[in-house]
Each structure stands twice: as C-alpha cells, then as structure tokens.
Design a protein around this ligand. Structure first.
Ligand code: ADP
Ligand code: NI
Length: 217
C-alpha cells in the first residue's frame, strides 16, 4: 500500500476508534495534532509521512481508551503491519506512539526528530484556548471540580498521582502540567507556538482569579 493510501485509511481508522470519545481524545483532537505535526515537520525538515501516521494513530493506542497500553499498542501494530511493507517505518511509528505520553512526568525523551515533532503537536493541543477547553471537559468527565482554593496543586511527576483524579481540580492541572509544557517543547518552532498559547493561559488564570475574588472581603 502506498503512503497516501495508508494515511487515508489511518484517518478512517482513527475516526472510527475515537469518534465516540468525550474526554478530550475525540477525533478532532487527533485531526488538530495531525495538522500541527505536519506544520512543525515542514518547519523542522522532518519526514511528513512518519509524523502524520504517528499523529493519526497516537490516541488509538492510548491506555485510557483500551483495556491496557499493551493491548492498544498491539491493535495499532497489527493494523500497520497489514499495510506497511517497510519494517523500519513501522518500527519508527510504533516507537513514537509508545514514548509520546506525558504520564509520569514527561517520560523518556523522544529518540527521533519525527517523534519530537509529533509530541510537540500533541502538547500544543493541551495549551491555549483549546487546552483550557479540553482540561475543563476532561475534569468534568472525571468528576473534578473546576477550582477549590483549599486544594493545593500536587507533584504530578508521580505516575500514580497523575492518574488519581479524585484529589485535584481543573485549575490545579494548569500548575501540575500545562504551564510546564512550554519549557518541555522539543523543537524551536513548537516552542514558538507554545509561547503564545502559554501566555494566553496565564492571562486566563489572572482573569479567573479576578472574577473569583470580585467583591470578596
Ligand atoms: P494526551 O493523551 O493528549 O497526552 P492526556 O490524556 O493526559 O493527554 O490529557 C488529555 C486532555 O485532558 C488534555 O487536554 C489534558 O490537559 C487534560 N487532562 C489530563 N489529565 C488531567 C487532569 N488530571 N485534570 C484535568 N485535565 C486533565
Ligand atoms: Ni493526544
């Protein structure tokens, strides 16, 4: 199968797997990551096919949408193995998907330029106006309040803490993860895009506290 056909089929596969999700991993998240990954890849001189394929499939394998991470990875691997003849390309795409997740405080550094582009694109979608919206939706889905001044942010570098949703708030997630992402960007172009989105979140939080405290004694 040629690369254009694989991308078209990966798009349909991701759409059918993610279409129903309402926790921030819906198809449109994938579509945005795919577009941003392609943009960063172009600016950084990375391989467009590898970046687009990995971006399209990154959440299909996600542990949150599968019985386990291993099962999610197996599903994507089997799907790719039926379509890609080049073993090195298949391994490269799987390796990007495997190391991409933020869980546990950033994980291992991405081994290739293509991986760095796709990870940056995924991180960018957690920032800015869209990042704020996704955080609120995700928090609602997990039963987290928007804000509670009596609950301080936690050290989310511990994997267990990161997936224990019961003790946090949506606003704390900005301090625990989102505001750290700007300095974790891999590529120069990704960092530039992150800075604008970062500044918007800082402004949002300032306004949030202004409204929260308005008239308070
Ligand atoms: P990804 O799979 O895209 O790397 P996650 O699954 O960790 O990221 O998060 C998906 C979306 O939900 C992101 O926008 C993220 O900021 C938000 N999110 C993740 N964990 C939390 C949390 N504990 N509280 C609030 N929002 C969260
Ligand atoms: Ni993602």
């Amino acid at each position: 199968m040629n690369t254009a056909q694989i991308i078209t089929e990966a798009e349909a596969f991701a759409r059918s797997e993610l279409g129903q999700d309402t926790t921030g991993h819906d198809w449109w998240h994938t579509e945005r990551v795919r577009n941003t990954a392609a943009l960063i890849a172009q600016m950084e001189g990375a391989d467009a096919f590898i970046c687009t394929a990995a971006a399209l499939l990154h959440d299909v394998a996600d542990e949150k949408l599968n019985p386990s991470k291993a099962e999610g990875m197996r599903k994507v691997h089997n799907w790719l193995a039926e379509r890609i003849e080049d073993e090195a390309q298949l391994t490269h795409i799987m390796q990007i998907i495997d190391t991409m997740s933020f869980s546990g405080g950033g994980g291992e550094p991405m081994a290739t330029l293509e991986g760095r582009c796709v990870q940056d694109a995924d991180r960018l979608d957690a920032l800015g106006a869209i990042g704020i919206a996704r955080t609120m939706v995700f928090s609602g889905a997990k039963g987290r309040p928007v804000y509670d001044p009596e609950i301080p942010p936690r050290d989310e570098t511990l994997k267990q803490e990161y997936r224990d949703y019961s003790k946090g708030t949506a606003v704390n997630h900005f301090y625990e993860k989102l505001l750290k992402l700007k300095d974790l960007m891999n590529t120069g172009y990704g960092r530039r895009l992150a800075e604008e989105r970062h500044d918007f979140m800082v402004q949002y939080l300032e306004q949030f506290y202004r409204e929260w405290n308005q008239g308070a004694i």
